[in-house]
Structures are given as structure tokens and as C-alpha cells.
Design a protein around this ligand. Sequence first.
Ligand SMILES: [Zn+2]
Length: 259
Amino acid sequence: MVLHLLTVLFALLVTSHAARSRGPDVYTLCKRGFSYTWDDGPWTMHEEIVETFDTQGAKTSFYINGNNWSCIYDEENVQTLRTTFENGHQIASHTYLQWSHASLTELNDTQIDYEIKRLDEALIKILGIRPRFFRPPYGNFNQHIIDYIRGKHNKTIIMWSNDSGDATGGSARDSWNFYTRFAREEPDYTGLTLSHEVSDAGVEAMRNGTVQALVEAGVELLTTADCLGLEPYDYVGDYGERDETWNCDAEWTPSVSSR
Ligand SMILES: [Zn+2]
């Protein structure tokens, strides 16, 4: 009985320590700076976004898909993503096939594994990285999904503090007003904002100077990892070389390199 009680106490101590050390379930806000993020690429406007942030000496983060608006293995995407990575912007996971389902809450664990591992494998091949950061499509999740993705896949779940609305009917002017308001009224706000690299409205607002307005207001634009003080990747190695598996149409089974 005493032994049993000690075992339970020990288990509780270990559990509470683990709960503390692994951080919150879901991050929605930065701890310092401001993270201006882009979902649903890579697509045709990706490179322009990187150039704009580079020009302003700012950093951004992309929560990408494997095969949504385009296949991640297309040579243009491979080259563009390598530039993004080399220029110090963050690459994070937003599932392999976002379009094929309404949300993770409608998938079973095997299907969730597919969504995460197939993109992880692509990023290990293309960039030599496995991302720690994951944003669920549509921001839909439940406690099981949080526990499963953190426990099995070692991902940190990132949402957002403020949505620019560029994927839900907002205009370029709306996105412009959204970002420049932080610059004018709340330059010290540690925002973690949502835009979409496949949204004409979100990209048009950027062309009209949202990044410059924030930088000129003294807002420090950081990757999500830097604004949270966390590591962006749990594996960093060399770039791979293209072979027949660099293909979104092929049959796929997990390789040993993915988690
Ligand atoms: Zn999305």
C-alpha cells in the first residue's frame, strides 16, 4: 500500500513536471516581437513575400502544405523553399493535403499520421529539416488532436492571435487596415497574425506596404519560433537529392526517416 502510494505520488510528480516543461497546449500570441505568418503555400507569390520581408530586414513564417495549391516537389517550389530557409524565414507544417478534408477533427489517427508524416518526409528531403511547429487547417482541433500531435509527432501547435481575414472574404484594404492599425496604435503588441500566401488580398496589402509600415513603427517582425523563444526544427541535416520519390502523385508509405 505504501509502495503503491509512493508510486502514484512519483507518477504525479513526473506528470506535473512534464506538463510544466512542455509548455502550453496551443500558442496564440508571441512572447516578444510580432510574427506575421502565411498559410497554405507554397504557391506563386511565395518568392515575392520572401523578397519583401528581406528588403525590410524582417522575418516571416510559412505554414505550408505538401500538395494543396501546388506540389511541394515541383522544382520551382524546391528552389524557392530553399531560398526561404537560407534567408532565415521559418518553415512550419500545415498538413500535407489540406484541401481533402474539412478538418483534423474528421480524421482518424492514421489519417492524421499521413498528413503530418508525408509533409515531414518531404521537408526532410527538400530542406533537411523536420518542423516542430504545426498549425491545424482551419484552426480546427480538439484535446485528442493536441495530445496526439504533441505526443506522437513532437509538434508545437500554433494558432494565431489575430486573423487578417484574407481567406474569408476580406479585401486588400481590409488586410492593409488590419496590419497598419498595429503599426499606428499598438506597435508593442506581441501579435501572431494569420495571412494566406495564396490570397490576392493578403499579398496585395503586403505590396502596398504593410511590412514597411510595421518596421517603420518599430515593430520587430520575427519568425514564430523566435517570437516564442523555441526551436523551429527537431532535425536539421543536409538537403536531399531528387529521385523518383519526389512526387505528389506516387503511392506513399512512411520511410524510416520520418518520425
Ligand atoms: Zn490553411
